[in-house]
Design a protein. Structure first.
Length: 239
């Protein structure tokens, strides 16, 4: 059984994104689809000591309604990389493990000037996976050259091309997946159930849907426990 997941690339995604990558053999960045504004593609939430805050990567607003995710370019004129790095360092200055990730932050925000949104998101995601000890085979949808009139049909073609017969999806995907298509193709679909334990954030109330960086800065090497390790642990957890 070879497991696969297919998701649009996100900017510094939340822990659930990495939980699913950890579950599969193959992960496909599903970026050969329409870009959506005010979505997770170019922004995410941090939780410093004074509440929650959006970090948004500025993109060039040039016919975005006609562009696919992998075609979207970043507006570099605002020096956003330096601003996001400074914001993260200041916002999490009191987080117990922030210093342990100085090399990671430097690699993400200072190693190069990013111009393409999907390219940046893919790099960030893979680099954070490495930090978490996640090993998977990665593909970009646009490189596979697989078309389909419907997402379900296209996903089935991708599964067959990559020799996978088990798809892991987020729970919200149940609303638009045609189960019969997959049943007829002999492909199993699992809808991930999250239910993560809380960890100590800089300020209450606790918020789950924040960037993975919040978890790393606050829990350090224990981060994998709060993503997937708790499921097989005898420790008491807070749901």
């Amino acid at each position: 059984m070879r497991k696969i997941a297919l998701f649009q690339s996100n900017y510094i995604p939340w822990k659930g994104y990495f939980d699913i990558i950890n579950d599969v053999d193959i992960f496909v960045f599903y970026d050969d689809v329409q870009y959506t504004k005010r979505d997770w593609r170019n922004r995410n939430i941090i939780k410093p000591k004074n509440g929650t805050q959006w970090l948004t990567v500025p993109v060039i607003n040039n016919d975005l309604q006609k562009k696919k995710i992998f075609e979207v370019e970043i507006d570099t004129s605002s020096k956003w990389q330096q601003k996001h790095l400074k914001t993260l360092l200041l916002s999490y200055s009191n987080a117990p493990h922030i210093r342990a990730y100085s090399e990671l932050l430097e690699e993400l925000y200072e190693s190069k000037e990013w111009t393409n949104l999907a390219e940046m998101n893919v790099f960030f995601t893979k680099r954070i996976c490495k930090e978490l000890g996640i090993v998977a085979e990665y593909h970009n949808l646009q490189d596979l050259n697989i078309s389909g009139d419907k997402d379900g049909e296209r996903i089935i073609k991708i599964c067959k091309a990559l020799n996978c017969n088990y798809v892991i999806n987020g729970p919200s995907a149940q609303e638009f997946i045609d189960q019969k298509l997959f049943d007829n193709s002999g492909i199993t679909i699992e809808y991930k159930q999250y239910g993560y334990p809380e960890y100590i954030q800089l300020r209450q109330p606790f918020v789950h849907h924040v960037t993975i960086l919040d978890l790393l800065f606050n829990t350090g090497s224990q981060a994998p426990y709060y993503i997937w390790g708790w499921r097989s642990s005898d420790k008491e957890i807070i749901l």
